[in-house]
Design a protein around this ligand. Sequence first.
Ligand code: ADP
Ligand code: MG
Length: 243
Amino acid sequence: MITVKNLTKCYPVGDTSFQVLKGIDLEIAQGEFVAVMGPSGSGKSTFLNLLGGLDTPDSGEVLIEGNPIHDLQERQRTLFRRKHVGFVFQNYQLLPTMTVEENIAFPMEAEGLPKAVIAETVASLVKAVHLQGKEGNFPSQLSGGQQQRVSIARALSMKPRLILADEPTGNLDRRTGTEILDLLLSLQKNEQLTIIMVTHDVFSASYADRIILLKDGVIETDIKQKEGDHHDVLASILAQLNA
Ligand code: ADP
Ligand code: MG
């Protein structure tokens, strides 16, 4: 599904520059649920943005289903992203002047899909994320968990095979966060979506079947969890994070 080769990224800092990513190599298979962890400032969001084509690397490659998105011109990259990648952010990024329905419809409107297709897709997504009755609400009239469910519905509207979620439960309490994680897990299990989720929270990471730890610009650890060994694996990750 995704191949990353020797990915690097610097940000300018005054007259010099700061190298956030120093050469990331990674393969992610279709249908995997991957958690990306690491200390604050370790480049998790930068990495996710490069994977989804929100930003471009200094060097290296990102192939999504064979498409070299690092190589696309900005316009092509935007088109690819809109069609093939669903983004979910910690702060939901909903449009405040649009209703639930309008927010979910927005990517499809931008793509110029037929009105009937849009209406049908919105209705089924509203149901899938359990927001029936809230279609006409504005984001300010929803709880955090409901806003995040709108943002997930919007991410799904173009039927991407890949969801990139940056701290999707970061602003939510444990119970609401669990609902969001259960929703993401059901998308992986039932729709075979590939999910890459940045989180600094071990509980959230325990939903993933693979955990990648970014530290000092490289992948320090990459572990696949097997059924039943979550706790051992997570304990070892916690130990490394605290090292
Ligand atoms: P994380 O998501 O792991 O907390 P980020 O990817 O957001 O980390 O940021 C990694 C580092 O790069 C941080 O030190 C941050 O300050 C810096 N950084 C992120 N975005 C920019 C930017 N647009 N310009 C300059 N520095 C940035
Ligand atoms: Mg971040």
